[in-house]
Design a protein around this ligand. Structure first.
Ligand SMILES: [Zn+2]
Length: 417
């Protein structure tokens, strides 16, 4: 399959085909009759377009419906062929870069994890990324022509329209990096870039807890705190890509820790996993039992174990962290009034007790007189959630099923013919 950027206006035939594809992707398995009814186009015309889409390899037949209400012939069901092409997904994290090759349904076929080694600076890190993108294509034995694009989730402020990493608080030297331009030139595939927490929200919307949910907020707690917000089914970005940065809401005016963003008193300085470790280490130093904890800085794995064992210092600080997280989520609730809040990141390994403490804090800090039961959950998409989201942005842009009349978009060549 060959994909290219197309600039001519879209014909009615093509719009109908895209609409058919959209229904098949969103509702599969689905029958030809149901599609024709939904689109209000005749059955022969629908069947002809579906025939084209099957020939193009985008739709496939998958057996027959159980029965028909009238007892007539059983309808053949159709589904999207996620093996019609491939996508590369990248997550540039503070500690690790993950690269995956997936099918069009974001199912991971190959994955490479490499240390970010951010101290090398953006040029060296991007070089390493490009080498490993080439490597994953080589070991997968997929033809490059079958790859429709590369989706990149990057930490920090990102202008996804132009593919620019404006500023990354946790990666040294990442200021105004033209990531899209650099990678596109070296690899020769369309590149789509979004902030790492927004790609997680995109993954939740397409495959996770937020499927079918119009308004939701994802909060990631790891080295920093990031957020992805959907309002009315649309990802919130804002003018400079700062919309919904809950982690950098000033929460502690009396604070003295400088946030990675340069401010003092951000929520991130109170309840990221990094600040949790700082707090615990400070308390251990003051404790009479300090020698029990060893001489080096605790790692996150140590914290989960000590929390499980009911260690007094760790438990107290994890609960304080949950309280601040609750304040952050409460602020997000007041700003966005979401139906659902999904928590991501290392913090979710503290488990159900942590989540309950967050919920208590949210109830206390939102509208105490309104006894609302806020829907707050841990993500269930696992550690590759970002890659699922990064590949989803490629799919959403290339197939661009909601944006039928925009000229100059990436569309599928075979559909235009
Ligand atoms: Zn900040």
């Amino acid at each position: 399959m060959v994909y290219r950027k197309e600039s001519k206006n879209i014909s009615l035939k093509e719009i109908n085909k895209k609409n058919i594809l959209k229904i098949v992707i969103e509702m599969s398995p689905v029958s030809r009759i149901d599609i024709s009814k939904q689109l209000k186009i005749s059955r022969p015309t629908t069947s002809a377009y579906i025939g084209d889409l099957i020939k193009d390899g985008l739709i496939e037949e998958v057996g027959k419906a159980d029965s028909t209400p009238s007892g007539g012939k059983k309808a053949v069901l159709l589904q999207f062929n996620s093996k019609a092409g491939y996508i590369l997904g990248v997550m540039i994290g503070v500690k690790t870069i993950r690269i995956a090759l997936t099918d069009l349904g974001s199912n991971i076929m190959e994955i490479i994890k490499i240390p970010t080694e951010e101290w090398l600076g953006p040029d060296a890190v991007i070089d390493k990324l490009i080498k490993n993108l080439k490597k994953i294509v080589r070991i997968s034995e997929v033809n490059k022509e079958e790859i429709i694009g590369i989706g990149i989730g990057a930490t920090g402020l990102v202008d996804s329209k132009i593919g620019l990493v404006i500023f990354s608080p946790n990666l040294d030297g990442w200021n105004n990096i033209k990531l899209k331009e650099i990678v596109e030139e070296k690899i020769g595939l369309p590149i789509f870039i979004e902030n790492e927490c927004r790609v997680q929200a995109i993954a939740e919307k397409k495959y996770g807890l937020a499927k079918g949910v119009k308004n939701f907020v994802c909060v990631e707690t790891g080295i920093g705190i990031g957020t992805g917000v959907f309002i009315d089914n649309k990802l919130m970005v804002g003018d400079k890509g700062m919309a919904g940065e809950v982690g950098h809401i000033i929460t502690n005016l009396a604070g003295n820790r400088i946030c990675h963003c340069g401010n003092i008193g951000c929520l991130e300085t109170l309840c990221s996993v990094n600040s949790l470790i700082d707090d615990i280490m400070a308390d251990i130093k003051k404790s009479e039992r300090f020698s029990d904890y060893g001489s080096s800085r605790l790692k996150t794995e140590d914290l989960y174990r000590l929390y499980e064992q009911g260690d007094e210092i760790v438990t107290r600080n994890v609960e304080k962290n949950a309280e601040y997280m609750g304040i952050g989520i409460s602020n997000a609730i007041k700003m966005f009034s979401p139906e659902l809040i999904i928590i991501h990141g290392e913090i979710i390994k503290f488990g159900k007790n942590y989540l309950n403490k967050v919920k208590e804090s949210v109830s206390k800090n939102t509208f105490p007189k309104v006894k609302d039961n806020y829907n707050i959950q841990f993500s269930k998409l696992g550690e590759n959630v970002g890659l699922i989201g990064a590949t989803s942005i490629v799919f959403n842009n290339i197939f661009d099923l909601d944006n039928l009349n925009v000229a100059g978009q990436y569309i599928i060549k075979k559909i235009i013919n």
